[in-house]
Design a protein around this ligand. Sequence first.
Ligand code: DAH
Length: 351
Amino acid sequence: MRMDKDILKTPATDVEQILKTALTELGSTKNLDALNDWRIRYLGRKGIVIQLKRSISKLPEKERPKFGQVINETSKTLEEQLMKHETKISSSNDTSVSDDIDITLPGIPINNGSLHPITQTIREICESFSSMGFEIIEGPEVELDYYNFQMLNIPKHHPARDGFNTLWIDKQDDEGETPMLLRTHTSPMQIRTMEKQDPPVRMIVPGKVYRYEATDSSHEWHFSQIEGLAVDQGITFADLKGTLYEFARKLFGDDVKVRFRCDYFPFVEPGAEMAIDWNSRTGDNNKEENWIEILGAGMVHPKVLKAVGYDSNKYTGFAFGIGVERISMLKNNIDDIRLFYNNDVRFLSQF
Ligand code: DAH
């Protein structure tokens, strides 16, 4: 505590200095308690301002009015500043208000969008395979003929190329061929992966693919696939079936019915397609079974294994390619694939 009385005793009491000190001290008070101490010290019944006022009578008569005026002004300034500072402190750290805040209340929702339904489905499919130990890999959308076709046992002029309605990149090699294209499927990543790593391989590849096709309710010229590949010693068709059945159960529920039928893809032997019975999902048991194909699959062709330098007598594997839009349409009851890519907020905001 300052020696107030001593200050006042000095004949040349510098009121200006007292005011300055008072305001500095006021400025450094951080809470209401400190502020109250300050008020008592300067403006209290026994405070400095009162003592200054009392000292007036000790002055020579002609100095009194001027001194009195200075003290009144000082007192007024201190009162005003006190009020201002009090408001400032109360609004910044008013503990009584912060105690009232219930931090367990949920926040006010902000409508900041959601993931595209295809992204959501891709994530769900990836999640189901990574829980079975598959690694997730991505690859280029602009691909070489070499990976998209040749290494997958689809040489130049092979009739299977017709089925892929390829969008070619307009660039010619020495023989006048166009070696680059927009990948027509995610299968080329099988080759790129096996070229880089020895067995065992267990990976999936989500990504976009492109085909030069007219669009309608079930076709788009670009769509998404998830490729899968597992290669190791002793892998059989039973592993293929078991893995894909497990995937179907994770996505569509434990009671899903699946059906495998023969199919042809040049890079697998034997090849198959897997369908699910949609009525078993919707609970509509009165209707006939309604099988919907959701993926192609098969045992990796020995020619493909040999092409990447794997010993096809030692290693076997299975591969599959899942159509993502199909699955999202089935899961979300969407009847037109084009809705995914129209960017209509009324559609997208439902997911
Ligand atoms: N790539 C095929 C397609 O786009 C799908 C496919 C079928 C992928 C069988 C596979 C497979 O890996 O084994 O039509």
